[in-house]
Every structure is written in structure tokens, then in C-alpha cells.
Design a protein around this ligand. Structure first.
Ligand code: SF4
Length: 251
């Protein structure tokens, strides 16, 4: 859903050009300013999606301190580490928020019955589609803006990410959403310095060599000098779960 009454452009009036201009104008602004712009423009039509990685925590902390009451959601695949689930609870207590858990249609057991046991070992693309992409698509259909913690420095695939992108998240229905990536210019060091200074709890798996943390079957610790996301889907060509790529390139 994209409600054009809130936008400075319409989808049939060169949206690419306008989104890119808007993105360029936001690129040098502070995180506070970008989030405030988003709140003033979209209010609760914008929501923060998080998997509790460092940059998402920075966004939520800034939003809470500035009283920007964005809804927050996470995709609960049923295969998250216990440490990740414990962190979710700690953060909800700290920020006094409810973080909505978006769940797949099938439980792990139901998926094993219909698609075969441990689908992530044989067809991780299908597994991610069922457990992450489809639930996310349903959630995005209720929003105008999806706020993410993507950083350009995370991997080769992410190095050209715009701060604001127009995404067609459902080609069948022709639905678009704005994707706001306010952390694109932050480095990993910037993120960790902030979390330490503000004493924000983080996933304890980071202290055990994990950098990018997703489902437990598909996440391994990362060696020195590797991409932050190198520990995901070890043994497969796959580098993205699809939630940031199923729509094709942002425009
Ligand atoms: S990350 Fe692995 S376990 Fe999680 S949905 Fe994707 S393939 Fe399945």
C-alpha cells in the first residue's frame, strides 16, 4: 500500500526520479532528522522491522528517545536462537514496547510434513520464502514505509543501498512500499560505539564470534576479515534471505 495523499509524488509521475531526489536530500541528514521526517510524514504508517542486529537497535533507541512511536515488528521464523528471543524480551522491558512477532503460516512441524524435514538443508530459498518472505509481504501490505537497519558496509550486495527506496513488494498485485534505510552511512564501529555508550543490551552471540544473526540452522560465527554476513547459509551460494531482494532492485 502506498498512500499518495501523504507523498510529494505519485506512482505515475516519475516516482523513481522523485524518490531518488528525496533519498539524496536525506542522505546527509542525521539519524534523528531522518526519523523525524518519516514520523512527521507517515506517523504509524511507518514501522521498524528488526531482527535485533545492532543497527536496528540504534534506530529503535533513537526513535524511543525522540518519542517517535513507530510500531516495531520482527519475523519470528520459529528457528531463532534462544539468545535472540531472550534479547527481544529484554528490549521490550527496557523500551516499554511490544515488538510484534510476525509468524509464518506453517509451524516447523507442518512444514516438515508438507515440504520435507529440515528444508533449510536442501532448499533454503524455499524455506526463506515460506518462513520470512511471505509473512513479511503480508505485513508490508499494511504499511506505507518499512524502516530497516541495512548498512552499506555489511556486504557487497548492500553497498549501493539508498537511504530511501521505492520497492514493489508484491508484483502480482502491483503493491509498492517505501523502504527507509536510515543506517546506510553508519559503520559497524559506529553502531557498536553507540550501543556501548547508551548501554543498550545486544545479542550475546556477538561475543561468541557471530556478526549477522538469523535462524540458528543457517548462522555461523565469522572469521576475521570476512564480510559481516559471511556466516549466513554456509555451504550455499545464498547470501540474502530474500526479504531485501525478493522485490528486485530498489528504485
Ligand atoms: S534462514 Fe535458514 S532456517 Fe531461516 S528461513 Fe531461511 S533457510 Fe529457513
Amino acid at each position: 500500500m502506498l498512500r499518495t495523499d501523504k507523498m510529494a509524488f505519485t506512482l505515475d509521475s516519475k516516482p523513481q526520479l522523485d524518490v531518488r531526489d528525496l533519498s539524496d536530500s536525506l542522505d546527509n541528514k542525521s539519524l534523528e532528522d531522518v526519523l523525524s521526517w518519516c514520523w512527521d510524514t507517515f506517523g504509524k504508517g511507518a514501522a521498524i522491522g528488526t531482527s535485533f542486529q545492532g543497527s536496528g537497535l540504534v534506530i529503535i533507541d533513537h526513535a524511543r528517545k525522540a518519542n517517535l512511536d513507530f510500531p516495531i515488528f520482527t519475523i519470528e521464523t520459529g528457528l531463532l536462537f534462544p539468545e535472540t528471543l531472550a534479547l527481544k524480551q529484554r528490549l521490550e522491558n527496557l523500551w516499554e514496547v511490544d515488538i510484534e512477532s510476525i509468524r509464518p503460516e506453517q509451524t516447523i512441524e507442518e512444514q516438515a510434513d508438507t515440504m520435507g524435514k529440515e528444508l533449510w538443508k536442501t532448499r533454503p530459498e524455499t524455506c526463506c520464502q515460506m518462513r520470512k518472505v511471505l509473512p513479511l509481504q503480508s505485513k508490508l501490505a499494511t504499511l506505507d514505509v518499512w524502516i530497516t537497519g541495512i548498512r552499506r558496509g555489511q556486504s557487497e550486495e548492500r553497498k549501493n543501498t539508498g537511504i530511501l527506496e521505492l520497492y514493489q513488494f508484491d508484483k502480482l498485485r502491483g503493491n509498492y512500499i517505501l523502504k527507509l534505510n536510515p543506517m546506510v552511512n553508519w559503520s559497524r564501529e559506529d553502531v557498536w560505539q553507540y550501543l556501548q555508550e547508551e548501554q543498550i543490551p545486544y545479542n550475546e552471540l556477538h561475543d561468541r564470534g557471530y556478526r549477522s544473526i538469523g535462524c540458528w540452522p543457517c548462522t555461523k560465527p565469522v572469521g576475521e576479515g570476512q564480510d559481516e554476513r559471511a556466516g549466513r547459509w554456509e555451504g550455499f551460494e545464498k547470501t540474502e534471505c530474500g526479504i531485501h531482494t525478493f522485490l528486485g532492485q530498489g528504485i
